[in-house]
Design a protein. Sequence first.
Length: 216
Amino acid sequence: MRNKFDRQLDTLHTMMIEMGAMIEKSISLAIHALVEQDEATAKQAIAYDTEIDQMEKEIESLCLRLLLQQQPVAKDLRIISAALKMITDMERIGDQAADISEIALYLIGEKYIKELKHIPAMAQATAKMVTESIDAYVRMDLELAQKVIADDDLVDDLFDNVRNDLVTLVTQDAANAPQSIDFVMIAKYFERIGDHATNIAEWVVFCITGKHVEDV
């Protein structure tokens, strides 16, 4: 019975890795669509969100089967419960990547008011946080989970840089305001992706320690 349960846990870990790769790809598609003003990629990223939603449902179904059929002990219960919480954040990351792509689609054909530097850096940082938070879960790596939580400060700093740059541009010329608002929204979505990755890492900490981050 335990061997079957362990195999199902291995399946859960594999599916979590797959969903993590999917949301990392969704971030990559979104930033490519924005930087390259690529209509096809923007549409691909928006459509890809449906696949992420389906993966969330499949993982949720597996977790519920494990809870109902296997009667897991305390540590196993934390592993499964954490996965259920994590996939909610992962699905929302997919939603936000799709939202970024929708704005990118709207901006196609417009000349950007400034060179994009901090926003691609935010995309790279948040994608790394997502990958490392899932890795921390699969490997039960407390140190890596804590690193992800600390890395959220970098994303917050990048958001501040984007916002400050755009405020300056609007101050210089009010005609920059509409596109500035779009870029601030995109940066805010990336900041939220960083927050969701942090939430995932915090559930990993709970999974390993049995304590929430504020109690550790």
